[in-house]
Design a protein around this ligand. Structure first.
Ligand code: AMP
Length: 298
């Protein structure tokens, strides 16, 4: 299969219109490049669920804060294209310039989802989700995908985008894909390349801590968020390099902290940790088991 590279949004829209006009569905995988197996798993899913697959590669300046790694963020377009050609599942790489995505310069039109971005990464990265929702809304407008695929490693991002999409009536189905991990459990991330060998060894504690939260909630029936957070922090105590950004438990609808977990609730246990300039995130999603109240009488 040949891979087409498109950088103009007009050409991208024209391509999509041709595909949709021929009755094909389009699966979109938005990325910032520096592709790894996590991204490729989204592309794989997109190819099984859609006739045509577009991978967008765009390091979106509006989702980076002033002191974040926008300049240093890895840009490896040639290698990304090679990886996609080798995988053989994508039809188009949409790789626009900043000018193409923000044609009038400094952006004035924003899509904002209230409240869901108040905690977790939204609290430590002010303005981040406003940049994400705005650029994804533009990608949806340009590409008109039938389905769009996102990693649950960025669970808060997925929940926010899903809400945006429903509330804005975008005609696209959002699909969340489980986190792809290294053999020892570390979630794959484009930022893992910043880690020193010692940091890399210690970073695996993040995945252990979120797994502990899932076990406590789903197997041990723990409903006290403070206890779960304490257990996660205890696990992170073995990490001597870097600093905790946050360790939080939020419910899955409005992404607000909740002290007491109740039956049937979807719960996100999430961590952000800074190793030097590498800010890593991980999470586990649990469903609080249904509790029997008294004995059933027949
Ligand atoms: P990024 O390039 O970091 O913006 O990520 C692009 C997409 O890939 C997002 O939907 C991420 O959630 C997803 N992604 C990143 N890392 C992983 C991973 N380890 N497993 C699955 N999806 C991932």
């Amino acid at each position: 299969m040949s891979l087409e590279i498109i950088s103009s949004s007009k050409e991208m829209t024209a391509w999509s219109m041709r595909q949709l006009g021929s009755g094909f569905t389009i699966g979109l995988v938005p990325t910032m490049g520096a592709l790894h197996q996590g991204h490729l798993s989204l592309v794989h899913e997109a190819a099984s669920g859609s006739d045509k697959v577009v991978v967008s590669i765009f390091v979106n300046p509006t989702q980076f804060g002033p002191n974040e790694d926008l300049e240093a963020y890895p840009r490896t377009l040639d290698e990304d294209i090679k990886a996609l050609v080798q995988q053989g599942k994508a039809d188009v790489v949409f790789a626009p310039s900043v000018r193409e995505m923000y044609p009038l310069g400094a952006n004035k039109t924003w899509v904002v989802v209230d409240e869901l971005g108040d905690h977790l990464c939204g609290a430590s990265r002010p303005g981040h989700f406003r940049g994400v929702t705005t650029v994804v809304a533009r990608l949806f407008a340009i590409i008109q995908p039938t389905k769009s695929y996102f990693g649950l490693k960025d669970a808060q991002q997925f929940f926010i985008l899903r809400r945006m999409s429903i509330e804005m009536s975008f005609q696209v189905e959002l699909i969340g894909i489980p986190t792809v991990r290294e053999r020892d459990g570390l979630a794959l991330s484009s930022r893992n390349r910043y880690l020193s060998p010692e940091e890399r060894k210690q970073a695996v504690a993040l995945s252990r801590a979120v797994a502990i939260a899932k076990t406590l909630i789903e197997k041990n029936g723990e409903t006290d968020s403070d206890k779960i957070i304490r257990a996660m922090k205890d696990e992170l105590a073995s990490v001597t390099l870097g600093v905790v950004d946050y360790v939080e438990i939020v419910e899955g609808e409005h992404l607000q902290p909740c002290k007491r977990l109740t039956s049937g609730m979807v719960v996100l246990a999430a961590i952000a940790y800074k190793f030097g300039k590498a800010r890593l995130i991980d999470n586990s999603i649990s469903i609080v088991p249904l509790r029997r109240i008294g004995r059933s009488r027949v």
